[in-house]
Design a protein around this ligand. Structure first.
Ligand SMILES: *Cc1c(COP(=O)(O)O)cnc(C)c1O
Length: 468
């Protein structure tokens, strides 16, 4: 499979190169030339297949060549071996035709593990094949950093540097990053805010000599390999409810649009999906964009579902690319307008195409708390606040269309957000024992001044990829 940039001015690449590149050099995102087709017979044949094997079957057609396909089953096996639930992504029924897909059984208790665990192994193997090393640098307000650290710890060809704002992440979030003992993991407590950390990161990526010197690679959610790894659980969950013979809808707690885009890809590979329901918190850019046709970020509002406190949904560009009939000029125009005037209008035909497949709902803070309480009362099931937005949006859909099952994606374990749960149901959920024990270990981190040159020196001195 070959990949092209949504903005049409960067080189076309094979999967392995897209994996290492992250963003395209023209500022666009990579998309495959076509979505591989999975026949109804092949969908039916996924029934009863273990998750790791289903992943290898479904992801294989997106890869570069036979050699990477041959390595894939071992990579998916290793990626999901550490999950605490044998089904990897189990499906739980909480009401008539309403199901929760638990994606939080990985090492950091959030759905990002499902993609990141595989991405780490794929990247390491490509570097092995090419006899190269790489340096991952990430900025985090909590969850993504922990998922990246868990995925890349101990991998011989990759060093990881994670910047987080000193004193501004929760105890659990910090310990998830700093109690990892592997030599290739470096945590930097930056004396600044998350925005300062993000700014330093962006400058490091624009610093060509530095980038070249340390072999800088990105793992944020625009990385295509992450999106494609997330397509798998749409298939496995729909099959367990009777696909391809029965349609299902999905409700997806959304921030950067990576997860719900994976559902769109599953649908375009042939999975019978009725509706894709985007659930946002009070940061409602996507709900506004679908309602009005205007994509216009506003200030970010802090909520009890912090991993969705986002105003620019980067992966939306990939949907817009398809919805405009893959019109590079329209995409360049839209994002130039976003840069210059802070908004763009979705072309009417593209808006109609998007509305034909997606619903979008914004769930406010009080409704999120009410949903956690209601699901506890009616089903004795504890939702985390991100998942609660999805379940609430799923109920709205079922009220209008009760005949089609809705699968709401559970993106985080409730124990990651004990304050929100306690507010809703008066009870503090516990972390799984294995994780709680590890978080007691010694912490390792380095406090650095909010200064690009100091951070760059710190990385260059320690990265094994660094050339003198
Ligand atoms: C990252 C995250 C999301 C949002 O996913 P996107 O792919 O960015 O839309 C939702 N819930 C949780 C818990 C997350 O960590």
């Amino acid at each position: 499979m070959r990949y092209l940039s949504t903005r049409g001015e960067a080189a076309q690449l094979a999967f392995d190169d897209v994996l290492l590149a992250g963003l395209a050099t023209d500022g666009g995102l990579y998309a495959p030339f076509a979505y591989p087709h999975v026949s109804p017979k092949d969908i039916a044949a996924l029934a009863g297949v273990p998750y790791a094997q289903a992943a290898a079957r479904l992801i294989g057609p997106f890869l570069s060549e036979d050699a990477s396909c041959a390595a894939l089953p071992a990579q998916t096996e290793a990626a999901y071996a550490s999950f605490r639930h044998r089904a990897i992504a189990p499906l739980i029924q909480i009401a008539d035709n309403l199901f929760v897909l638990e994606l939080f059984h990985g090492p950091t208790l959030a759905f990002k593990d499902l993609a990141m665990q595989l991405l780490g192994r794929m990247m390491n193997d490509v570097l092995e094949k090419r006899n190269l090393r790489a340096t991952i640098v990430g900025a985090t307000s909590g969850d993504t950093g922990a998922a990246a650290i868990e995925a890349f710890r101990g991998l011989p060809r990759v060093d990881v540097f994670i910047l987080y704002p000193h004193g501004r992440v929760s105890d659990v979030q910090r310990r998830q990053m700093t109690t990892v003992a592997d030599d290739n993991i470096h945590t930097i407590a930056l004396q600044g805010t998350f925005d300062d950390a993000q700014n330093i990161l962006k400058r490091l990526f624009r610093n060509a000599p530095f980038r070249e010197r340390v072999g800088l690679a990105g793992v944020n959610s625009i990385n295509w390999a992450r999106v494609v790894a997330q397509m798998v659980y749409y298939f496995t969950s729909a099959v367990s409810l009777g696909a391809p013979h029965r349609h299902v809808s999905f409700a997806v707690p959304t921030g950067n649009f990576g997860d719900v885009l994976a559902g769109y890809i599953a649908k375009h590979m042939g999975l019978p999906v009725e509706r894709l329901i985007v659930a946002t918190n009070a940061n409602d850019i996507l709900a506004r964009a679908l309602a009005t046709g205007r994509y216009e970020p506003r200030g970010v509002m802090p909520t009890q579902s912090p991993s969705m406190d986002i105003q620019v949904s980067s992966n939306f560009e990939r949907l817009l690319f398809d919805a405009t009939g893959r019109d590079h000029g329209a995409i360049r125009g839209a994002f130039a307008s976003l840069d210059q005037s802070g908004a763009f209008d979705i072309p009417p035909a593209a808006l109609a195409a998007i509305r034909g497949e997606f619903d979008a709902l914004s769930i406010g803070e009080a409704d999120t708390t009410d949903e956690i309480a209601r699901t506890w009362r009616e089903a004795q099931y504890v939702l985390d606040p991100h998942t609660a937005t999805g379940v609430s949006a799923a109920r709205a859909r079922l009220a209008r269309e009760p005949a089609t099952p809705v699968i709401a994606l559970a993106t985080a374990h409730p124990a990651k957000f004990p304050d929100a749960i306690e507010r809703a149901i008066g009870y503090r959920p516990h972390l799984p024992d294995s994780l709680a024990a590890r978080l007691e270990g010694p912490e390792r981190f380095t406090i650095l001044e909010n200064d690009e040159a100091r951070v760059a020196n710190f990385i260059a001195e320690r990265a094994r990829a660094a050339k003198a």
